[in-house]
Design a protein around this ligand. Structure first.
Ligand code: CDP
Ligand code: MG
Length: 725
């Protein structure tokens, strides 16, 4: 039996090895390794699916291991740029913009490397709220943001000998920020080594003693930037004209079809296209990949297709792929589809370049994507569905021609195609930079305007972020990080959310705030049509908290059932629970946290405490939320025509004056959607709300809304709303 198992494993390993050797990148292995060895930084360009992400980390690791061996045998200082030292610089980090990709690729590489270990041994990953690695881990996949966090604790990232920054073409905020940070680290590591050599030259005794105590500095840092699009000149310019290596891919021709007339309802258009492809290409084997914008529409189209696809030949085997999906389910897209069925993959732009799905011959492209945008003027961040860039359209199309000639159906006109922007605008240029600025300050980069950004964000945007941090109380009058700011930088959350945690200590509701933030960090808690959850009169935050509290009381075995019967996603709740644990742990790591609390208690005395006890818990909680999210406050617009029965009330944001409505998913929606005022509806004398997210569809909608008191805004947002003192 054991023998059989072993043989099976052996066969599996051989198959994987054969697959690896067939990848286009394998042919250039030696050349690649040589380039990496000779240069501190290289850029590698190659078609999606050529093997960059899964293979190059292994090449680099293998080379590092042989270097170490050679070094041991020769017993001489090895004259290579590869790090031979034992402790420092022995790990390889690979970064991905997306959590999904980091986990799934780590899994794949762990299988390929065939060390008999499991994920988390030799190969691991680290993403926000989830670390899967150990002392033995040598190849670790990260999201860019998580590697940046590591740089807060280890400013030289000295554990790493090589860092591979993947999917650099996506130009996400975190990737660009990481590239700037790594450039600075490379310089520092070079300097450190020079300094050490100076010490060596200087032969005086004093120095020698000092030197012996000093640990050796980490070796130079290898940087490998990987990208799928052909324009890499800006990266090369940024890294002192470093070499760009091209890997030839194999691609087959793809026929492209356009709509004759623009189509508003792209979900319906996608549905029709898939059915049509299945019908027209009945006798041809090949799976379909549909690009959509987000989880909700992926799930609804998934349902429609599953229903319709039962009676077709071939039958449709619908699989979904989006970021918020649990890892095991994501792996389903890589499974071969059963005979007599056609796999239909409904995906976000995850499938554009970061994951390659075998078997795809048809692509249906809606031409849209969801994008986070930020208006520096109004300070409001929005999640919006926008047209893709032409480079993305080309990438999507290419997915159809990886294994055989394919077809791509664009659900837009040819004119539209030519009106698309050529390249994606780097996120750095269109997003909220407050988190980045906070991190920079925490890393000791005080003058953030001088940080080497690959594309300089607007000075206005940077100043806005400094203003926000100042108004949150994270910076002192000189613009330097103060204690609150330092504490805030320890939480893996946006600065506004971090501030809520800080204030929660004063309001004695840290547990509750952490639970609410954890709930806000998961997606789509409510899944059922009828939601059996008591809605709190003050809005979504308290409702989420109550839901969390109820869920916590259910026994471990009963949780799934409880969720089903309450119209709540077990997956989301389970995730929220994990996130809450993680956040609580990061609070535990904050120095001075408890100490401060004790001091506060002494100062406040019993009198105040008593008063606080009396003060409604929901007041304290919403105060803590206001302390973080006061920038997202809006006031109800009085509508005087009196005829607005049934229509949703309009709000105007206090900063920026944006007009918005409460999203229908909010528990406050019904309160505000009649002629009743907020006062009558919720029994609270206020027409102010705070919210966590804005979405623009036909109108601007606020999600995750709570009613607050206007005076809290002057209390907690005194640096913005307060009178000049
Ligand atoms: O990074 P790049 O797009 O160049 O390629 P890759 O992600 O390294 O993928 C190389 C090959 O491995 C592709 O043919 C994928 O289909 C395959 N792969 C897989 O079968 N399962 C995974 N979990 C990841 C990759
Ligand atoms: Mg890749």
């Amino acid at each position: 039996m054991v023998e059989e198992q072993k043989q099976k494993q052996q066969r599996f390993r051989e198959t994987i090895q054969r697959q690896r050797e067939k990848l286009p990148i394998y042919a250039s292995k030696d050349e690649l390794v040589a380039h990496i060895e000779q240069n501190e930084t290289v850029i590698i360009l190659g078609e999606t699916g050529s093997g960059k992400t899964t293979q190059i980390p292994q090449f680099v690791y293998e080379r590092m291991m042989t270097m170490k061996k050679e070094n041991k045998n020769n017993n001489t200082e090895f004259e290579s740029n590869f790090p031979p030292r034992k402790e420092k610089g022995t790990m390889v980090a690979v970064t991905q913009p997306r959590r999904v990709a980091a986990v799934s690729v780590a899994k794949r590489v762990s299988q390929e490397i065939g060390d008999g270990g499991k994920l988390g041994d030799l190969v691991g990953y680290g993403i926000r709220f989830d670390d899967c690695s150990s002392e033995q881990t040598r190849i670790k996949f990260f999201t860019d943001g998580m590697l940046l966090r590591e740089a807060l604790n280890d400013p030289l990232l000295s554990r790493y000998g090589a860092i591979l920054v993947d999917e650099a073409h996506e130009r996400t905020l975190q990737t660009d920020f990481l590239l700037g940070t790594l450039k600075a680290i490379q310089e520092k590591r070079r300097m450190n080594i020079l300094e050490k050599d100076d010490d060596n030259d200087n032969n005086n005794n004093n120095n020698k003693r000092k030197k012996r105590k000093k640990r050796p500095p980490p070796p130079p840092l290898k940087l490998i930037i990987m990208s799928a699009t052909l324009d890499a000149s800006s990266f090369s310019d940024f890294f002192d004209a470093c070499p760009i290596i091209y890997i030839k891919g194999r691609t087959f021709p793809v026929e492209t079809y356009y709509l004759k007339e623009p189509e508003e309802d792209y979900i319906d258009a996608a549905l029709c296209s898939v059915m049509q492809i299945n019908e027209d290409e009945k006798d041809i084997k090949g799976d379909v990949l549909v690009f959509l914008t987000g989880q909700e529409e992926i799930e609804s189209l998934g349902k429609l297709l599953t229903q319709r696809g039962k009676d077709t030949y071939p039958q449709l085997n619908v699989v979904l792929l989006f970021a918020a999906m649990p890892a095991e389910e994501q792996m389903k897209v890589f499974e071969e589809t059963p005979k007599g069925t056609r796999k239909i993959v409904l995906a976000t732009n995850i499938a554009e370049t970061s994951l390659t799905i075998p078997g795809i011959r048809y692509v249906v492209d809606t031409g849209l994507t969801k994008m986070r945008t930020f208006k520096a003027k109004s300070g409001v961040e929005e999640l919006k569905v926008v047209p893709i860039a032409r480079s993305q359209a080309t990438q999507r199309c290419g997915r159809a021609g990886r294994e055989a000639p394919g077809k791509c159906y664009r659900l837009y006109t040819e004119d539209t195609m030519f009106s698309l922007a050529e390249q994606v605008v780097p996120e750095l240029l269109r997003t909220n930079l407050a988190g980045v600025v906070l991190m920079l300050k925490a890393m000791g980069v005080n003058d953030v305007l001088t940080f080497p950004f690959i594309d300089k964000p607007s000075t206005e945007g940077l100043l806005r972020s400094l203003e926000l941090l100042y108004s949150l109380g994270a910076l002192d009058d000189k613009g330097e990080l103060n204690k609150i700011g330092r504490q805030m930088s320890k939480f893996p959350l946006e600065p506004m959310a971090c501030k809520c945690i800080i204030e929660s200590r004063n309001q004695k509701c840290t547990e509750e705030i952490v639970a609410i933030l954890a709930m806000l960090s998961t997606e789509n808690v409510f899944v059922g049509r009828t939601i059996q959850v008591a809605k709190h009169k003050t809005g979504d935050h308290m409702t989420l908290l109550n839901l969390y509290a109820d869920y916590s009381k259910v026994s471990r075995n009963g949780k799934k059932k409880w969720c089903n019967s309450h119209g709540v996603s077990f997956r989301a709740m389970n995730k929220a629970e994990k996130i809450k644990e993680q956040l609580s742990r990061s609070i535990g790591h904050i120095e001075d946290w408890d100490e401060d609390e004790e001091k506060d208690e002494e100062r406040e005395g019993e009198e105040k405490e008593e008063k606080q006890e009396k003060e409604n818990k929901s007041v304290r909680i919403r105060k803590a939320l206001t302390a973080g999210f006061f920038m997202n406050a809006a006031k109800k617009e009085s509508i005087s025509d009196g005829s607005g029965g049934g229509s949703n009330s309009m709000f105007v944001t206090l900063i920026g004056g944006n007009r918005l409505f409460v999203h229908p998913s909010s528990t406050t929606f019904h309160k505000f959607s009649s002629r009743e005022t907020a006062k009558e509806a919720v029994g609270i004398s206020s027409s102010y709300i705070i919210f966590n997210e804005l979405i623009r569809t036909n109108k601007l909608y606020a999600r995750d809304v709570s009613v607050i008191e206007g005076e809290w805004l002057t209390e907690f947002g005194s640096r913005v709303f307060g009178t000049q003192r």
